[in-house]
Design a protein around this ligand. Structure first.
Ligand code: MG
Length: 312
């Protein structure tokens, strides 16, 4: 298998945690229902490839995301006390009830940095979203459950345009104050560029929010995701969200969101000598297997390059 030459940069972190979102963020965008056993096998293969954190499903109301209606059954089939950490998305208190009943030990909530997207996605204004999440976070923490907070539209919003840095820091700060232990800053529409990324991380640091509590969630819509990862590494970020095979970012799907492919991320980190614990060959095999289940090719450049017959 072709691999990049390793040329380490000792100004960058020596290890990175990949927060794998494929089974949830990726599959929730799939129109046709993926069988429960295929989902469980996909998660097992991702864990076997060395991914240490895999977000496996969402306890959103089945009416909104029928694809993930089997959240409780899926969790039952997985080993939540095994080698990998398996967080689940929880939209509200009802979702938390279901997640706790299923034995979840780590949840994620999904907030917005902009008023427009909070209204579009949560049917609530910014202040109302905090009111909705407060009891979710408090009850989860009381139950000894870790809480990650996604913050979407951190760089640009389809209706509001560029999002001011201060606005994002204030929104993120509210979630940290509430008790979120990790904040995932999402470039939901993929418009961030490297200087903007560095400026936002600096703004969080200036507000005394620990950079080690930040994760970055980039979309490759405009081809900037890896450049933005490199900028983040230079600013000390050590957790990155990515989706195996680029699931959720299929160019053939109308709902394309352009998730950064985990393989593309691992390839770059490997070349930089940054440890991820991931076996790239195993991961590519898992994504090719999943693409076969879905009946179409992965949009990941690295998956396609490595899975193709080698040229002679
Ligand atoms: Mg995403």
């Amino acid at each position: 298998m072709t691999l990049p030459m390793v040329v380490a940069d000792d100004t960058l972190p020596s290890a990175v945690t990949i927060y794998e979102v494929g089974p949830r963020d990726g599959l929730q965008n799939e129109a046709s229902i993926v069988p429960l056993e295929v989902k469980a096998e996909f998660v097992r293969r991702l864990v076997a490839a060395g991914l240490q954190v895999v977000e496996v499903t969402s306890f959103v109301h089945p009416r909104w995301v029928p694809q993930l209606a089997d959240a409780s059954e899926l969790i039952e089939r997985l080993d939540l006390r095994g080698v990998a950490d398996m967080p689940v998305l929880v939209p509200n208190e009802r979702g938390l009830d279901r997640a706790l009943a299923a034995g979840a030990r780590h949840i994620a909530i999904f907030a917005s940095a902009t008023e427009s997207f909070a209204r579009a996605n949560l049917n609530r204004g910014l202040d109302e979203q905090y009111a909705m999440f407060e009891p979710v976070v408090a009850r989860a923490r009381d139950a000894g459950v870790r809480v990650r907070a996604y913050l979407s539209m951190c760089f640009g919003d389809p209706e509001e345009g560029a999002v001011p840095l201060d606005q994002v820091v204030v929104a993120g700060g509210r979630l940290v104050d509430m008790g979120a232990t990790q904040l995932s800053l999402g470039d939901t529409i993929g418009v961030a560029t490297a200087g903007h990324v560095a400026a936002l991380i600096d703004a969080f640091a200036a507000a005394r929010i620990d950079v080690s509590s930040l994760a970055m969630h980039f979309h490759d819509t405009y081809g900037q995701a890896l450049a933005n990862v490199l900028a983040s590494l230079r600013s000390g970020i050590t957790t990155f969200d990515a989706s195996a095979g680029g699931l959720g970012g299929c160019p053939y799907a109308k709902s394309a969101t352009g998730n950064l492919a985990t393989e593309d991320l691992v390839w770059m980190l490997r070349g930089l000598g940054i440890d991820t614990g991931v076996d790239l060959g195993e991961l590519v095999r898992a994504s090719v297997w999943m693409a076969d289940q879905l009946g179409r090719p992965s949009p990941s450049r690295v998956v396609n390059a490595l899975a193709a017959p080698s040229p002679r």
